[in-house]
Design a protein around this ligand. Structure first.
Ligand code: P71
Length: 430
């Protein structure tokens, strides 16, 4: 830990026992996806794997035009540069690190319009990812619809603890945005997992398949971007899809500057084939259920032991409430980062900070942003770990929790300019 500056991003994976740093690019590909890897058509232009991928994305998500990218942030970059102008405001249901940075670098200001319940780890609202339509409408009235290029809507909101958006909310959002002529672009990275919660919790959806609900949800939006490294069960890949043909022209032209030709966008042919197959596998109802229920299994163990976590348990990860666990530490002693380090030291389990370090500094004042949520994330890769691994993780968290009163915080001794959580270094406060 000392060598890694108390930052789990700086560890070598061979020094990790159970790796819950992220569910991004870490899932296991199926036999069918691996078979697809052998069918790579590595032509520079017009690879047949591209057409399979385009067709799969269109089939399951329903958007008209498709642009491949190397991963999610490649798509965020293109969309942000294409539609955000300096002075614009981009409302969204809580920030995500890379998403907000690309919006800011294009000259926009991100405005959080998620419902208040999302900022309270203990609140049991079933759809804590919902947009607060009153907050959005007052922003529109304050800055004018012309200064809002789109609403940045995310499925299972990552920083809120993997919390879903309801179908009723996206439908109402569509109506509001139509009244003002504002577009909605969806971060579909974990939209399949969001759909599982709609199927489970929202009236009228219990008998509909994940695939059917997914298509309905997307129909209320104007386009989407995707980090395929999550829902789509691949190690690398992403895409962007929109309904507007002029915007598509722009994006298809930009992709050749930053990612690669518009028929590969930074992916090898074999990567596109594995991704096309992964899209179809991702909407299998039994798969999604077992995935989310494994996360819930871990969460329920911790809840039963009285350890404070974000509830309801989210789709891709269990989020420990470091603010409550280390209530004796101030937020600038980095409670969530401290918890990350302690869990690793106890058991070699790797997790990730999602609190003040991740939130970064205010671009105007230069001060830390102090987010309400100070969380440590245990993200579960798909199709990788067993229930026995979850038991080990739970016991590690319990051991660290039991020693909480003796635990001191950290000081940041090195801070990079962008996305500081990846490379920052810390030392224990003595
Ligand atoms: C996650 C990641 C990967 C990551 C990114 C930044 C900091 C730490 C870890 C990536 C996402 C995401 C959402 C909702 C866009 C991206 C970027 N998540 N939207 O959770 O969760 O996609 O990584 O493919 O570029 O560990 P990308």
């Amino acid at each position: 830990m000392a060598e890694a500056g108390y930052n789990t991003f700086l560890l070598r994976s061979e020094d990790v026992y159970i790796d819950l740093l992220t569910d991004s690019g870490t899932s296991a590909m199926s036999d069918r996806q691996w078979a697809g890897m052998m069918l790579g058509d590595e032509a520079y232009a017009g690879s047949r794997n591209f057409y399979h991928l385009e067709e799969a994305a269109r089939n399951y998500y329903g958007y008209r035009y498709f642009v491949p990218t190397h991963q999610g942030r490649g798509a965020e970059h293109l969309l942000s540069q294409a539609v955000i102008k300096p002075g614009h405001y981009v409302p969204g249901n809580m920030y995500f690190t890379t998403t907000r940075l690309h919006q800011e670098m294009a000259g926009g200001t991100f405005v959080d319009v998620i419902i208040d319940e999302a900022h309270d780890p203990a609140n049991l609202h079933p759809f804590k990812g919902n947009v607060d339509l009153d907050k959005l409408e007052s922003l529109i009235k304050r800055v004018g619809a012309n200064n809002i290029p789109y609403v940045s809507l995310a499925g299972t909101v990552n920083m809120a603890g993997g919390q879903p958006v309801s179908m009723a909310n996206v439908r109402a959002l569509r109506e509001l945005c139509d009244r003002y002529g504002i577009r909605i672009y969806l971060d579909a990275t974990r939209m399949v997992e969001n759909v599982f919660f709609i199927q489970e919790r929202e009236k009228g959806y219990a008998d509909k398949s994940v695939a059917v609900i997914l298509k309905e949800f997307c129909s209320f939006t104007d386009g989407a971007w995707m980090s395929a490294k999550k829902d789509h069960l691949v190690n690398i890949g992403g895409w962007l899809a929109v309904n507007d043909s002029d915007l598509f022209d722009t994006l298809r032209n930009m992709v050749v500057i930053y990612e690669g030709l518009h028929t590969y966008g930074g992916m090898a042919g074999r990567d596109m084939e594995a991704l096309a197959i992964g899209i179809a596998e991702s909407v299998n109802d039994a798969h999604v259920r077992s995935r989310v229920e494994q996360v819930r299994y871990l969460g329920d163990l911790l809840i039963n032991w009285g350890i404070p976590i974000v509830q309801p348990v989210g789709g891709h990860a269990v989020f420990l409430d470091a603010k409550r666990i280390y209530s004796h530490l101030s937020q600038d002693q980095f409670p969530a980062q401290t918890l990350v380090a302690e869990i690793y030291l106890d058991s070699g389990v790797r997790s990730m900070e999602r609190g003040i370090v991740s939130a970064g500094r205010d671009s105007e004042t230069g001060d830390h942003r102090y987010p309400a949520l100070e969380l440590t994330r245990l993200a579960i890769p798909r199709r990788v770990y067993t229930q026995a691994h979850m038991d080990v993780v739970a016991e590690a968290v319990k051991a660290v929790y039991d020693a909480r009163k003796q635990t001191r915080g950290l000081a940041m001794v090195y801070e990079p300019k962008y996305l500081r959580f990846f490379q920052a270094r810390f030392e224990p406060i003595t």
